[in-house]
Design a protein around this ligand. Structure first.
Ligand SMILES: C[S@@+](CC[C@H](N)C(=O)[O-])C[C@H]1O[C@@H](n2cnc3c(N)ncnc32)[C@H](O)[C@@H]1O
Length: 316
């Protein structure tokens, strides 16, 4: 009996299969996310690359978020260019790729000697299709297109959120959300100017935000004053307020203890240092403010709304 040698089977091309899965998920609008990990390139601080679908100027694109140790850099590519870039990066720059789609999941791995393995599975539960809208947002109280956000460095020239400012953006929105609830349950009427003081206004994120919310969202008259010790911040904020046409928004240089409007409707002191918050609360009560929003620096945040009876509630 003769034994004929079987021709050696070519090794499966896991790379091509993986790219095919990726392309198919894009073609079927089923692509959720791709994460490239185990970076082996030359950039010391690059950790991973997260790729998601976005729509830019009505064109489907892939958003590449390069995650470094301390920052993120985002670049958007048309679909075909994005897929070609991913194909190039494996395995020369990344040794691990995890693809998540609505109906499939796949993991491509390379050993130190670049031996590939491909694992495929089906998701255990039905996934929701991601929204591919650029700057996908939760229900926000402010719009990313507001000009003051670009001026203060929260958004870029294209009105897209600068990744490193995402915490600040969340904080600004949470602040306006809390304010809007407080306003609804306060006795304040919007048919007359709402007088606001923001003590320790810093770079003016919250001061601009509340002024913009009053004027542009609520169509009310806002007389908003930021009080800040640092002269450079005051100059920066006053010139931005003038340039961006924020009438009724002024910044004054001085100490909470000495620059205090006599009559106020809303008193804000968020993260003002040391005992500045205590002075601000005192001023707020003395000047008859209906709403006092404060959070002592480095302490648990609180919202204090003065009404009858006085309410003291956790803010965040
Ligand atoms: C941590 S920053 C907060 C800025 C802003 N409220 C926010 O939450 O984004 C605190 C600011 O309070 C200012 N500040 C501290 N003590 C002050 C005082 N006694 N009077 C006025 N401003 C003060 C500081 O200069 C600083 O800009």
């Amino acid at each position: 009996m003769s034994v004929t040698a079987q021709p050696a089977r070519p090794a499966p091309d896991h790379h091509a299969q993986f790219i095919e899965l990726l392309s198919a998920s894009l073609a079927q609008n089923a692509f959720i996310k791709l994460v490239l990990a185990k970076y082996v390139g030359e950039e010391a601080e690059l950790q991973r690359l997260i790729i998601k679908p976005v729509v830019v100027k009505e064109q489907p694109c892939l958003s590449f978020v390069y995650r470094y140790k301390t920052r993120d850099i985002t670049k958007n590519f048309p679909l075909a260019d994005g897929v070609a870039a991913i194909a190039e990066l494996l395995p020369t720059s990344f040794k691990n790729a995890h693809l998540l789609a609505l109906t499939d999941e796949a993991q491509l791995e390379y050993s130190k000697k670049n031996k590939s393995s491909l694992f495929k599975s089906k998701p255990q539960q039905l996934r929701e299709a991601p929204s591919a809208e650029h700057n996908r947002e939760k229900n926000r109280f402010l719009d990313l297109s507001r000009p003051f956000l670009a001026d203060l460095g929260v958004t870029d020239a294209k009105q897209a959120l600068i990744p490193s400012m995402s915490r600040k953006w969340k904080q600004i929105n949470k602040f306006i959300e809390v304010f809007s609830h407080a306003l609804t349950s306060s006795p304040l009427q919007l048919d007359r100017p709402v007088r606001v003081a923001d003590f320790g206004s810093g770079k003016g994120y919250l001061t601009f935000a509340i002024h913009d919310y009053l004027r542009n969202t609520l169509k009310a008259e806002g007389e908003v004053t930021g009080v800040e010790l640092r002269e450079d911040m005051v100059t920066l904020c006053n010139s931005a307020a003038a340039r961006l046409e924020h009438p009724g928004l002024v910044f004054k240089c001085g100490d909470v203890r000495s620059v205090a409007p006599s009559e106020l409707d809303v008193m804000i002191a968020l993260h003002a240092c040391d005992i500045a918050t205590d002075y601000a609360i005192h001023t707020g009560i003395r000047s008859g403010a209906s709403i006092i929003m404060c959070s002592p620096c480095c302490h648990k945040q609180i919202r204090l709304q003065i009404q009858s009876p006085v309410l003291l509630k956790p803010m965040l």
